[in-house]
Design a protein around this ligand. Structure first.
Ligand SMILES: [Zn+2]
Length: 390
């Protein structure tokens, strides 16, 4: 049998606990905000290193969803380590072996289906997300003196690309690449056409949610950015100079700040995104509902609860928005907008559909049923890739 050239780490470390199952666990931090920890599935004992890392992420103002992802992936890694009887401080050989095993282990089939289904495997993109999260954890571990500099250095390869001019060697460009990575098959982003948008908006029960979906579709803002909007961020007139803003045309400002509904803008850089008149119209319709339904309305937030008496006037939470997307996707089953093939998350398609995030085209895409034809912006392959990665 051919021998592997990759040195496999030794499997008989003395102080390795056997087969503990670690899970990502939602916790309420002392400061009051939600966060995540990695705990033992049966005893709820904290994983010291992983939980310290998540604590560090919370301190560096990462969004709760980012922290959740950075809890789930190391949790899977530490669970695997126990059953493989390996020590995480060995670094790259252990991580690359984990990623390789992850690639060949099939995803568990959904419960309750008796018929035979082809086994499904994680995509290259998902495995790179695992590799990236675990690499970041190791970088933190090196800064915290939990692993040696040498072990940490193994996680990045330095590449020097030289150029030639005639017979002269030009100075090389130095770049760093992650050592543990997987080849990805690039898929074109799924586009949503005018008819699908029309029927999607038609299935949404109320004006507030219709405005939310239209805003996300037209501007490409993330759900956290949309739910974190305040009325002062909406400059929907053609001229906003009276509001001391020089940006021309109707637009919104996306800013990162602390919000009562814990919505967080992923990017810390503020930006403006132009909006179409259709979005403005939908906002005014929602505003009318808001004035009609709320007698007392001191909230500065754009998206507030109007339709439940108990929480009327409070900022809409992420979990409620997700429920709305699932409800809508149930009603409009079969539409491409609700295709759950990617991550199973209906927000994903909305988020990917429009321009307007940093590094992408800033012109609003007219895809609402206003009689204006959708403008095709295929973008360069590189731009498309960037949009997908974000
Ligand atoms: Zn403005």
């Amino acid at each position: 049998m051919a021998q592997s050239l990759i040195p496999f780490p030794s499997t008989n470390h003395p102080n390795v606990p056997i087969s503990q199952r670690w899970i990502a666990f939602k916790v309420i931090h002392k400061s009051g905000g939600p966060s995540w920890a990695v705990v033992d599935a049966s005893t709820y004992e904290l994983h010291p290193a992983a939980s310290a890392y998540l604590h560090y992420l919370l301190g560096s103002a990462r969004s709760t969803n980012t922290i959740r992802a950075y809890a789930q992936r190391p949790a899977a890694f530490f669970t695997w380590l126990g059953s493989a009887r390996l020590d995480w401080t060995d670094g790259v050989p252990v991580v690359s072996r984990f990623i390789r095993e992850l690639a060949v282990s099939a995803l568990s089939a959904s419960e309750g289906t008796a018929e035979y289904r082809e086994p499904r495997y994680r995509s290259g993109k998902t495995m790179n997300q695992y590799a990236a999260a675990i690499t970041q954890f190791y970088m933190w571990a090196a800064r915290s003196d939990l692993i040696s500099e040498k072990t940490a250095a193994g996680f990045y390869e330095t590449r020097i690309a030289y150029g030639f001019s005639g017979d002269r060697l030009l100075p090389g460009q130095v770049s760093k690449a992650r050592a543990v990575r997987v080849k990805e098959v690039e898929e074109a982003p799924k586009l949503i056409d005018e008819t699908a948008v029309e029927s999607l908006l038609g299935t949404i029960a109320n004006r507030r949610d219709r405005f939310l979906v239209a805003l996300m579709l037209e501007t490409g803002v993330r759900i956290g950015e949309a739910l974190g909007l305040r009325t002062e961020d909406l400059h929907l007139l053609h001229d906003s100079r009276a509001l001391k803003c020089a940006s021309a045309g109707p637009h919104i400002h996306v800013r990162r700040r602390q919000n009562p509904n814990a919505a967080l803008s992923k990017s810390s850089k503020p930006r403006t995104v132009p909006v179409t008149e259709a979005v403005c119209t939908l906002y005014y319709l929602y505003l009318k509902d808001r004035i009609d339904r709320l007698a007392h309305d001191p909230s500065p937030m754009v998206f507030v609860n109007l339709y439940s008496r108990a929480h009327a006037g409070e900022a809409v939470k992420y979990s409620n928005a997700v429920k709305m997307f699932y409800r809508t996707s149930g009603r409009a089953a079969g539409e491409p907008a609700h295709d759950k093939t990617h991550s199973g998350h209906p927000l994903e398609t909305c988020r990917r559909a429009g321009p307007g995030r940093p590094g992408t085209a800033r012109k609003p895409q007219r895809c609402l049923p206003t009689g204006v034809r959708a403008r095709h912006r295929p973008g360069s392959p590189r731009r498309r890739r960037r949009r997908q990665v974000r």
